[in-house]
Design a protein around this ligand. Structure first.
Ligand code: FAD
Length: 392
């Protein structure tokens, strides 16, 4: 019997497996794909804090980012720039493979091409039904960690509820005519409810992606045509990958002999859709809590509840503020977004935000609240002055 079966060999599954195998537990990772990271729909942008905290190897880094041009729905642009590197672009397949290697070096076993199709939690063990090629078999473990990413129904099947608030994504690697840096595009005609991006990964290649309330494939194809006409990309003959991210976490991420982690649990920044760093942070919390529960021979839901308390303490404010701001944004018209751009540009808010100590690539809530406050104040001042301007 395995001590822990981890479903999903993505970043969070492999990180959880690594931490537990390192403590001497017998860990099995089930991954339905042929290789970890294969075909991942992800741009692979992570912040410096993630690179430092998880000792991400230089060999998986494709590029560094310290500036971006952000376009409003009507095409006005704001330039963001800082002297130091703010984010890194990683090769997702190589990154996932490196995390899996690390876990294997500590003794974790990987079953590839192996899809978990059913999980049964019993009083004394967990049974997992697996399909590998044509073969079906059942495995037994003391506990299970679901790290199966977006759109997996495994956690829901175990009574954890479902991710109800999400956006859908599409991404393609496109040939470019040499763009200067990262570009971000807003607007209901570009990516309704979210935004799109063009991230160079070499002098001739970029990742073009978007998240939206619906029809991501349609909007991505349309954006490709626009960028082709503008001469920013060299071809639109590419097939995208599809995915999605949650905007709000599962109400419950633990149960008897069970933890849910990463995108499967909704541990994703609702502001940007970035989920790698938060998923890795939660993987460590999951592994530590599972270790304590196994060591004390108490895998009850009560004993594992500490996992949710701990990750909520770390990320709860970020996720709930981010969600509220995302919802607010989804209700704005293109005209209102354009006016916000103007207010931000006119009041040097970009500078204030970029220089603020409490705002970084991964932690947004203080900055968002401050920016909303500033926009509200600027609007109030503008409205208060209006009668005088009109000579009333
Ligand atoms: C368009 C787009 C762009 C993104 N860009 C970024 C970005 O730039 N930066 C960032 O931080 N985040 C980004 N994300 C989010 C990021 O991809 C996820 O947050 C991250 O992959 C989460 O890791 P995970 O391990 O939880 O899940 P995943 O990476 O999805 O891994 C889950 C794994 O489980 C496997 N699996 C699923 N079901 C089963 C099963 N039943 N049995 C066995 N295996 C199974 C899958 O094959 C997969 O390998 C993006 C998402 C999208 C959609």
């Amino acid at each position: 019997m395995y001590d822990v079966a981890v479903i999903g060999g993505g970043p969070t599954g492999s990180r959880t497996a690594y931490r537990l195998a390192k403590r001497g537990y017998r860990v099995l990772v089930l991954e339905q794909k042929t290789r970890p990271g294969e075909g991942a729909c992800c741009t692979g942008v992570i912040g410096s804090e993630c690179i430092r905290s998880f000792a991400v190897d230089d060999s998986v880094i494709l590029g560094r980012v310290n500036s971006a041009r952000v376009f409003s729905p009507s095409g006005k642009s704001l330039s963001l720039w800082l002297p130091e590197t703010q984010a890194f672009i990683i090769d997702r397949a190589a990154f996932d493979a490196a995390l899996a290697n690390r876990a294997q070096q500590e003794g974790a076993e990987y079953f590839l091409n192996s899809r978990a199709v059913n999980i049964e939690i019993k009083d004394d063990a967990v049974n997992i039904e697996v399909v590998r090629h044509e073969e079906e078999f059942t495995l037994e473990a003391q506990s299970v960690v679901i790290a199966s990413g977006f759109a997996s129904r495994l956690a829901e099947g175990l009574g954890m509820g479902r991710i109800k608030h999400f956006v859908l994504g599409a991404q393609a690697e496109v040939a470019t005519a040499g763009i200067a840096g990262v570009e971000v595009y807003f607007g209901s005609e570009v990516a309704p409810g979210f935004f799109a991006w063009l991230v160079p990964i070499s002098p001739v290649k970029a990742r073009l992606g978007l998240l939206s309330n619906h029809s991501p494939g349609f909007y991505l194809k349309r954006l490709m045509s626009t960028l082709l006409v503008q001469g920013k990309i060299a071809s639109d003959e590419v097939e995208p990958n599809y995915g999605g991210v949650s905007l709000k976490p599962l109400a419950r991420t633990y149960g008897e002999r069970l933890l849910v982690v990463g995108t499967a649990a909704g541990q994703v920044k609702p502001t940007t859709g970035g989920g790698i760093y938060y998923g890795l942070l939660c993987a460590d919390i999951a592994a530590d809590n599972l270790h304590r529960a196994i060591a004390s021979n108490d895998l009850s839901a009560g004993s594992l509840a500490g996992y949710q308390q701990e990750w909520k303490k770390k990320l709860g404010r970020e996720l709930s503020t981010g969600y509220r701001v995302r919802k607010l944004y989804q209700h704005l018209s293109d005209g209102q977004v354009d006016r916000m751009f103007n207010t931000i540009a006119d009041n040097s808010m970009v500078d204030l935000l970029l220089k603020a100590d409490d705002v970084s690539f991964d932690w947004h809530s203080s900055g968002l609240l401050r920016m909303l406050g500033q926009v509200a104040i600027s609007k109030a001042v503008e409205l208060a002055r209006a009668p005088f301007r009109q000579g009333v």
